[in-house]
Design a protein around this ligand. Structure first.
Ligand code: APR
Length: 177
């Protein structure tokens, strides 16, 4: 299976998606925040924070999995993206690790459908076009390793983010010249 076949780009609110797992763009404390982190905690309810408190945080580039409580999803995969500091501090490798580790962890928990926000492209300032290329490339590579991951949604919040991901997906799906 061409790994990009299982990837779809949509524009919407990730907290509403009926998938096995949604991915949260968290911070290392895992104790909530603004942006998509805030939206997920608001929609999941206070039991999500109670579970997160017991995890003791998560280093940048790694992922942790919890229940989803009042969300339509079954799991939340929390990952911590890099703060963009100009590109010379390993940010690209850390962002790639977020997507890879989230998929590996989800796959190990029997997840077949999963949705990602555009990790690090909000408060953490990662340039959206480059982040979208890293997201699509990493998700396609990992999907080829885990055929049980049959639907991977890149859930964009706004037109610019959606267009960046659609371009990245078109480029990745295009046959080699
Ligand atoms: N659904 C989908 N995507 C969303 C939603 C939502 N409901 N809300 C925001 N987004 C998008 C943003 O528009 C952005 O494209 O998620 C992407 C990631 O932005 P942030 O949420 O700001 O996350 P990030 O840039 O990774 O910064 C993480 O912000 O909220 C805090 O606790 C979080 O400290 C951490 C930091």
């Amino acid at each position: 299976m061409n790994a990009t076949n299982c990837i779809e780009v949509i524009e919407g609110d990730i907290t509403r998606l009926e998938v096995d797992a949604i991915v949260n763009a968290a911070n290392e404390s895992l104790l909530g925040g603004g942006g998509v982190d805030g939206a997920i905690h608001r929609a999941a309810g206070p039991r999500l924070l109670e579970e997160c408190r017991r995890l003791g945080g998560c280093p940048t580039g790694e992922a942790r999995i919890t229940g989803a409580y009042d969300l339509p999803a079954r799991h939340v995969v929390h990952t911590v993206g890099p703060v963009w500091r100009g590109g010379g501090h390993g940010e690209e490798a850390l962002l790639e690790s977020c997507y890879r580790e989230s998929l590996r962890l989800a796959s190990a928990h029997g997840v077949e459908t999963i949705a990602f926000p555009a990790i690090s492209t909000g408060a953490y300032g990662f340039p959206a076009p480059r982040a979208a290329e890293i997201a699509v490339r990493t998700v396609a590579a990992e999907a080829a390793e885990h055929p049980s991951l049959r639907r991977i949604v890149l859930c964009c919040f706004g037109r610019e983010s959606r267009q960046a991901h659609e371009r990245a997906l078109e480029n990745a799906a295009a046959p080699p010249l």
